[in-house]
Each structure stands twice: as C-alpha cells, then as structure tokens.
Design a protein around this ligand. Structure first.
Ligand code: MIC
Ligand code: SF4
Length: 653
C-alpha cells in the first residue's frame, strides 16, 4: 500500500531503503537550471571535467537576470549557452518564459524524477513528477552522474474534498495549507495530494500548489496523474507522454490533513512571511499601490485569462500600477491570438517580459511604504527591492479585482455589488499550445561545440580547506540570529546584486546587509583573529527559501566555518555541507541564548568528534561546554573534512 511518492522513489532507487530519515541514492531522469544559480552550476560542471550529461534530459533556462543593465547578465547568458552546448544540455534563451512553467509545458513527464537548481522545481509535482529543488553543486553532480542522494522524507497526505467556488483558486488552497503547517511544517516531508477533490483541479492549478509547497520547506509535493493530466499534456501536443499514476488505495501516510475545497475562501499572506495567512475578508479593504501578476506560481494561461476576464472593459484604478509578467511565450502568444492581451493592455496593465522579473526584485520595485499585492510565492521583507514595502501574496482573481477597486478586495463576497462576473474559462483544445519553441536551442553533436565563453565578471568560486587530523574546527561568533532566517536575508538578490551571481568577492560585501550591515567587516576580522574564521548562531529553520548556493559560498569566502542553529532548512543545510561549512543543531535550544557575540567556539579534534552523534562544543572564551547534534551522513562528514565536495571529488583540499 504505497504512497505515490514512494512508488516513484522506489522506481528510481539505486541504493538504500525507503525508511524515513535513511539516506538513499536515486536516479535522476531530468535536470533544470536557471541563470542566477546556473553560472555556478556550470562553473562546477566544468571543474568536474565531465563529458556529456548522464541524464535523459537537462535544460538550462534563462529567466531571472534579464534586465541586462550592463554586460554582466549577457556575459552570463553566453557562458551558460557555451557550457550547455559542450555537455549536451538544451539551452532556453531569455524571453521564452519562467523555467518551471516552461518545463511543465515542454518536458515534464508523469513518474519521472527532476532535480533543479531552484527551490520551486517542485512545480513539476503538478504533473506527478518527483521534482526536487537543490543547490547548484547537487544539480551539477546529477548532470555528471545521473544520481542524487537524499534523506528519505516522511509523506504528509493531504486529502482534497469537494470543489472550489468561483473567485477562489489554487493559490488559496496552498495558502490554507501554509496557514496550517507553517513555513517549517514540510521540512523532511513530501506533501502528497489525493482524494475526490483532485480531479476538480487542472494541472496548472496543481502546479500552483506544488510550486508553493517550497514555502512549507517540503522536499517536494506531488499530485496523481489522471485524466486531467492527460488533458493538459494533450493541450501541449504531448499526449503520448501521459501515463496514469496514483497511490495505492488506502496508502498509509505518516501524517494527514483534510482540505474541503468548497470551504476555502480568498486568502492573503500578509507581510513578511508566506505563512502569515488571513482571509482577505477580515484583513479589510486596505489601499493598494501596486499589483503584480505573474511568477512561477501564478502565470498560467488560465490565471491570465481570468485576469483578462476581470479587467475586460474596465480600468485599473488611477492609484494602482498593475504589472503582468506572463509565464511563457506560448501563453503570451495565445493571449495575443485570442484578444485577451488587448483586454489587459486596454485596462491599463503594464505587460513585461516573460520571466521572473519583479518576483526577484528585477525591476518594478514598489514606491516607499507601498502596499503591493503579488501573485508570487515569497513576501520576505525587502525582496521586492523596497525595504519598507508591505507585500501581500494573493491569487490572480484577488489581485485583478483589487487592481480595479484600488483596495484589497474579496471577489467572492463583493463581486455582486461590484457587478463583476467571472466567466468559466474554457479549457484549451488539444494541441492548442503545440507550436515551435523558437527560444530553445538544442545542443550540437558531442564534440562539435565551440569553446567556453567567459566574460570578465565571471570569477572562480571559493574552495574550503580540509581539516587536518586532530585539528579543531573553530569560529568566532560573528552573528546571532532569530528564527526563519531566509537565504534572501543571508545573500540578498535584486537588480543591483543579481548580475553578480558569478562574482562571489563582489557579493561578499552585501552578505546579511539587510539585517546586519556590519556582518561582512566582522567576518573578515574574525578570519584574521584567533579563531581564523567565523561562526553563525541561528534559530529555527535557518536558511529557508531559495536554493541559492551563494548563501553558503559567500559566507565561506568570508571565512565562516561553522553554523550552529536550532534547526535548518533542507537545501541550505546541503549547500553548507557541499561548501565545507559544518551545520550543527543545538541539543538544548536554550544553549543558543547563552552564547555572546565575539565568543570563540571550537570543536576540538573535529575528525574524531564527527564520528559521534553528539558533539561537544567548547566556548574557548568562557571555558563552558555544550552539546550539539551531529546528523551528518558518512559522505557528508567526508565533504566537511575535505573542505567541500568539489575538493573531495577532485582529491584536493
Ligand atoms: C527565488 O525565488 O528565490 C529564486 C531566485 O528563484 C531562487 C533561486 C536563486 O536565488 O537564484 C530559488 O527559489 O531557489
Ligand atoms: Fe523566478 Fe520568482 Fe519563481 Fe524564483 S519564485 S523561479 S524568482 S518566478
């Protein structure tokens, strides 16, 4: 009586057994990268000196860094294109759309595994894939070897009952789950959806839900493959990729949750966390300055058709700037053909390029103190590029109706009074999106690729040092943080910094800048001090959010050796280990409060201590000692002792 998640994992199992917490190695069928993590991935792939990729399909998308305000972005694109060509990777040029939306449309196949260097890779779970977000090095290794190691997650079964009412959509479903489980409720878990309510959701609705499962901290989320899945693949002209897939009847889940879709109402995640969820109705009609519709969560054909239906014949409120970024060129092209694009433009919407855009602060930062409603997935403070903006995450329906009224509006309870009806959007016909994808560049035959092109902004990535036998791992405490620190806090990303994703020395100056502007200077001093490096003390769920390795590589460059936290987010923990930084968990969370900034912490005889489940940390400044839990697997210990995974692979350190 297997869950769907375990069936797919079992099919791909290379070693280990499907027991929660145990390390397994699985076969990876497909990988995806995007440009802002991709430059690092392809530098690492080159450093590993491999030939053609070992996966069935690997795709390099360009969707994040597209403002091209200087030569840096365009150089990165050219670099990625040249490495992709050498290793047999498909290259998607900028403008084609957002990686997750494009992968769903063009390449997703039920039952396959997908590893992506972006935390929202689980979007593919809407097509019944086991699609996992990971750090760039893990993806580079999956390309080189076709494998990925992970700790077996537990499975949360979410039973869906009933069907959604008009004005309520998939975004409200995942916000319901986030309210219940919180941003750390999914850590170490796969969220699997089942029940009679599943069939009322289209694949793109399901993809909205699995996409934002990343905000639960989950390893991934997955839906069954059914008639609706076949319908979606047929619309893309790929009906032959379909196969039915579901959990066994009566499959045993480790935990369960029931969501009655007919009771879900329009919701919003209030500033500054995706789990700070409240009903739009009870938040009330706060005045809105900006509305942004798009991102890998909510830029599907249906999302934009519903937006157009709400805006048709109306106008955007004079005080509101409405900006729309379609998920893919195929969607934009269809909107252009059927007239919906004209409805959007005529209403006063600003149509911007198919890509991530404002979701990662690449343009469209709101004005000071603005209220911005966004259909995106993250509303961390400052992520929009405006530190004092108040960002609310909502559905496209709520966003569109609020753009018209100028205030946060619950379409469900007020559409009658507003006289706005939301028509049923007919499902696209078979082959509706079957068109040549002229943004895609297939790789040349093996050996026929030209040389790698590397612009002057592309700098080598930092490498750690191995720990000698009997030596200690030491660090001066340079930062003490609270709970739920995000990788956007650690290594901010916006139009100023995103062009420097391949230039770690430049990024280092901005590490933690939004929460502690003195961090980089203190870390550099600690590198020259008695501990010859730094240590960070974190709270719960340290490193949640994006998959960016830069949140580990930049601290490594600044000399951080050790992070001790109450708990870690999955991808960031793996990125720290891959970089050679040791992540440890307080045995007694209260010990975190006893540590003072500037203290020198040491793990004496680290090599020997790393073989134990509990490690003793000595505070060399006070002589006090406390215990930390060592949950590292054997390969992970070797990576830390070698000063990082690349050193281990290359036998260097
Ligand atoms: C994000 O949404 O935070 C990003 C930007 O897509 C990141 C990747 C990155 O930082 O480059 C993610 O989700 O992993
Ligand atoms: Fe792009 Fe935003 Fe999706 Fe990240 S969350 S992949 S920045 S659209």
């Amino acid at each position: 009586m297997s869950t769907l998640a375990y069936k797919i994992l079992e099919e791909h199992l290379i070693s280990g057994s499907l027991t929660p917490g145990e390390e397994i190695v699985i076969r990876i069928d497909q990988t995806l990268t995007q440009d802002s993590t991709g430059t690092m991935v392809y530098l690492q792939l080159e450093a590993m000196d491999v030939g053609q990729v070992k996966t069935e399909l690997s795709v390099a998308y360009i969707d994040h860094n597209m403002l091209q305000t200087g030569f840096e972005n365009a150089d990165d694109h050219a670099f990625i294109a040249s490495v992709a060509a050498r290793h047999g990777v498909l290259f998607q040029k900028p403008g084609g759309g957002i990686c997750h939306q494009l992968h769903l449309e063009n390449y997703g196949v039920p039952g396959k595994t997908l590893l992506g260097s972006d935390s929202h890779t689980p979007t593919g779970g809407g097509l019944a894939m086991i699609a996992i977000g990971a750090g760039g090095l893990d993806v580079a290794i999956a390309m080189a070897q076709g494998t990925y190691a992970l700790a077996v997650p537990k499975v949360i079964g979410v039973e869906l009952k009933g069907a959604l009412r008009p004005w309520v959509s998939a975004k409200d479903v995942i916000l319901t789950v986030l309210k219940e489980l919180t941003v750390k409720g999914g850590v170490g878990r796969i969220v699997e959806y089942f029940g009679e309510g599943v069939r009322s959701l289209s694949v793109t609705d399901r993809a909205t839900i699995t996409n934002m499962g990343a905000e639960l901290g989950a390893t991934t989320s997955v839906f069954p493959s059914d008639e609706r899945t076949r319908e979606y693949l047929a619309q893309q002209g790929r009906a032959d990729a379909w196969a039915p897939l579901a959990a066994d009847p009566g499959a045993a889940y480790d935990e369960t949750l029931v969501v009655d879709l007919s009771l879900v109402e329009p919701l919003a995640a209030k500033p500054h966390s995706p789990d700070n969820v409240e009903a739009v109705r009870t938040i009330g009609p706060i005045k809105v300055d900006q509305v942004a519709i798009g991102s890998c969560t909510n830029s599907s054909y249906t999302d934009l058709m519903r937006t157009a239906a709400i805006l048709r014949g109306r106008k955007v409120h004079p005080d509101v700037s409405l900006v729309i970024s379609p998920g893919s060129a195929a969607i934009l092209s269809e909107l252009a053909r059927n007239g919906a694009l004209a409805d959007l433009i005529d209403a006063g919407a600003r149509i911007i390029e198919n890509g991530c855009g404002p979701c990662i602060g690449m343009g469209q930062s709101p004005k000071s103190g603005a209220v911005s409603l966004r259909t995106f997935n993250r509303n961390f403070k400052g992520r929009s590029g405006t530190n004092d903006a108040e960002v609310y995450l909502v559905s496209p329906e709520t966003a569109a109706v609020s753009a018209v009224t100028g205030a946060l509006t619950d379409g469900l309870s007020s559409h009658g009074a507003l006289g706005i009806e939301l028509p049923e959007i007919p499902a696209p016909k078979e082959d509706a999106f079957k068109r040549a994808n002229n943004f895609m560049v297939p790789p040349p035959a093996p050996g026929a690729a030209p040389d790698v092109v590397m612009g002057p902004n592309i700098k080598p990535f930092p490498r750690g040092k191995s720990v000698k036998e009997g030596a200690a791992i030491t660090g001066e405490v340079v930062l003490l943080t609270g709970d739920n620190i995000t990788t956007d806090d650690i290594m901010p990303s916006d139009s100023r910094l995103l062009p420097y994703r391949s230039n770690i020395p430049h990024l280092a100056e901005y590490c933690f800048e939004k929460i502690d502007a003195g961090f980089a200077e203190r870390a550099k001093k600690a590198k020259l001090g008695p501990a010859q490096g730094g240590c960070i003390i974190g709270g719960e769920n340290y490193g949640q959010g994006s998959s960016r390795e830069h949140a580990a590589l930049v601290p490594l460059y600044l000399g951080i050796h050790l992070v001790i936290a109450k708990s870690f987010a999955r991808i960031h923990r793996a990125n720290l280990i891959n970089s050679g930084i040791l992540p440890l968990v307080f045995a007694e969370p209260a010990d975190a409060e006893k540590i003072k900034a500037g203290a020198v912490l040491a793990i004496e005889d680290a090599g020997a201590q790393l073989t134990q489940d509990v490690i003793v940390v000595t505070n060399r400044s006070t002589g006090a000692q406390f215990s930390v839990l060592n949950a590292l697997s054997q390969p992970e210990k070797q990576m830390v002792l070698a000063g990082g995974r690349i050193n281990l692979i290359r036998g260097e350190g």
